[in-house]
Write a protein that binds this ligand. Sequence first.
Ligand code: ZN
Length: 118
Amino acid sequence: MDNLARLAKPSTFTCPECHGTLWEIQDLRPQRFRCHTGHAYTAASLVTLQDDKVEDAVWSAMRALHEREMLLRTMAEEALLHKHVELAAEYTAQAGKAHEDAEVLRRLMTHKTSGHQK
Ligand SMILES: [Zn+2]
């Protein structure tokens, strides 16, 4: 650890694998990073891993929005069954909003992956 502190300075980045602070090795080009656990990255490998992390986050946000939409539509039907028309309309509007948000993310991902095939 002392060794790391001598050779490197703490960066603003976190290790994609253990979420510890990444230390930037000083005076090295291309930039290299290490965490206390021993994971090591070049700037390029870090960028790739961050990209994967962003993609995973977007996909999980899309799944959450889809579930939210489904749940709200069920709640709307339930409300209609009990003649709560305004409540049903409110749920339906929220479901529509969740659908739109998911669409925005889907377009973002389509745009993103069209650049580099995976
Ligand atoms: Zn690590």
